[in-house]
Design a protein around this ligand. Structure first.
Ligand code: UD1
Ligand code: CA
Length: 481
């Protein structure tokens, strides 16, 4: 997408993020299905840089393992001590063998809303204006905590002053440093050598590079972001929630623009990795997570959580939790179903109310309508499983498989004790415990015979309400005949 391919993108992610008050490093906190730093790396990748380096420090092993799991190409540089953002960029350039020729983009690992488009626009402005450095700035309602962009009477940017080092006049400035920069690689590494630590935090500030380059006679500029919300930096969990809300809204708007009806965006969560087709309909209280896909004319929710689940065209999923499942075209799920990993419902199949399935393949038109557990099973086409059936798959040591054929009618309250195979066109009696294979076309009955002991109530419970009711029934039928 970018016309100006940067030589390198440097992502700063070495800080602990103490204000999160968390055992998890700040940049590994998640919103919309990705870590904070994961979002930043994904946006950076859109620039197609020659090099991408993430500076790690606090919990570096954990952060590095996380990064390489998501993006095997990623390179990290280790900053032993968090001596400031300027020091962090120096560590990154050392990893790349010193100075880099061409444009170097620096982004912070805690700005997850930053888009690839905005980064590309910054790189383009930087190149077009022939700047030594271009900072991405923004006008914000509350600039507390941010570095302020200081301009002279002509409007030219002169320096960036950190909140802690700013005087009252500077603190009143609402244009702030987003923490995102485009630099000329050579000039950046020269200037980093001149950054001092005589500031309130005793750190090497990357922001000082701007005034250093300006004083040396180079062109410096600021590119003002269209939407200040995009550069929101996450320092605490209140900002984390705000970023999640904003990103979720952006992702849902993208889905709606593509033809998905979202009945209540405020109560719907969607991950960045979710895909969809036109005329999918999402009811309130629904979470669409991971690699979930909604095909055309699907209807999901209310109150459903789908993780890594594919819902094929025309299927209906109501009040359901599904993880790693596949719902066939026109299939019906719920209300109140739980589809676990490896569940595959065929076309027009049904997993009804209070039904749990795991590692189960259910054929076309086959129905499991009520109160059942189907685990480790294969069921053919157009079979009906009676209410309250359990696929007994676990003997306390190992899991076993049950196979049931097509066009079967199994009775209510059946136990299929695996491993067991039921043929095609089989009927089973209600209340059966099926422990032996059933040949095709058979009726299987596996339960005790019923025995009626007449007069038992009158003898054993004389004078009781039950005995009186029985007596009355006997007299009634006697008078009728
Ligand atoms: C920084 C900027 C500030 C800007 C703000 C935007 C500086 C001096 N200040 O302030 O002007 O308005 O971001 O959000 O640059 N990091 C390292 N190593 C370090 C220090 C920081 O990798 O030694 C990383 C952190 O992990 C973080 C990023 O750099 O991802 C920014 O650091 P942070 O401490 O959050 O800086 P701010 O005080 O927010
Ligand atoms: Ca910050």
């Amino acid at each position: 997408m970018s016309s100006v391919r940067p030589a390198a993108v440097v992502v700063l992610a070495a800080g602990e993020g103490t204000r999160m008050k968390s055992k998890t490093p700040k940049v590994l906190h998640e919103i919309s299905g990705r870590s904070l730093v994961g979002h930043v790396v994904a946006a950076s990748r859109e620039l197609d840089p020659l090099h991408l380096v993430v500076v790690v420090g606090h919990a570096s092993e954990q952060v590095t393992a996380h990064l390489t799991a998501a993006d095997a190409q990623v390179r990290t540089a280790y900053q032993a001590e968090q001596k400031g953002t300027g020091n962090a960029v120096r560590v990154a350039l050392d990893e790349l063998g010193g100075a880099v020729e061409g444009t170097v983009i620096v982004v912070c690992g805690d700005t997850p809303l930053l888009s690839g488009e905005t980064l590309a626009a910054l790189a383009a402005t930087h190149t077009a204006d022939g700047n030594a450095v271009t900072v991405l700035s923004a006008e914000v309602p509350d600039s507390t905590g941010y570095g302020r962009i200081v301009r002279d009477a002509t409007g030219a940017v002169t320096e960036i002053v950190e909140h802690k080092d700013a005087d009252d006049e500077q603190r009143a400035i609402r244009e702030i440093n987003s923490g995102v920069f485009a630099f000329d690689g050579q000039l950046l590494s020269d200037a980093l050598g001149k950054v001092r630590t005589d500031n309130s935090q005793g750190e090497e500030y990357l922001t000082d590079v701007l005034s250093i380059l300006r004083e040396a006679g180079h062109r410096v500029g600021a590119s003002v972001a269209d939407d200040h919300r995009e550069i929101l930096g996450i320092n605490n969990r209140v900002q984390l929630a705000e970023a999640r809300r904003l990103l979720n809204q952006r992702l849902l708007e993208r889905a709606m623009t593509a033809g998905v009806t979202v009945v209540d965006p405020a109560s719907t969560l969607i991950d960045v990795t979710v895909t969809y087709e036109r005329d999918a309909l999402v009811h309130p209280g629904t979470q669409l997570l991971g690699t979930t896909h909604l095909a055309q004319d699907t209807e999901v929710g209310p109150n459903s959580r789908l993780t890594d689940t594919v819902v094929h065209a025309g299927a209906r999923v109501d009040n359901t939790v599904a993880e790693g499942a596949e719902v066939g075209p026109g299939a019906l799920v719920g209300p109140y179903a739980y589809l676990r990993k490896g569940t595959k419902l065929g076309p027009k199949a049904k997993a009804g109310t209070y039904v749990e399935m795991k590692n189960a393949t259910i054929g076309e038109g086959t129905k499991v309508p009520h109160l059942s557990y189907v685990g480790d099973a294969t069921i053919g086409d157009h079979t009906n499983i009676g209410a309250a059936s359990v696929f007994v798959n676990y003997d306390g040591v190992a899991k076993h498989h049950t196979t049931i054929g097509s066009h079967c009618r199994t009775g209510s309250d059946n136990m299929f004790v695996a491993p067991v195979t039921v043929g095609d066109g089989v009927y089973t009696a209600a209340g059966s415990v099926i422990t032996k294979d059933v040949p095709s076309g058979s009726l299987a009955v596996a339960r005790g015979q019923q025995r009626n002991i007449e007069g038992w109530v009158a003898r054993k419970r004389p004078g009781s309400a039950a005995a009186q009711a029985a007596q009355a029934a006997v007299e009634e039928s006697g008078s009728e005949s």
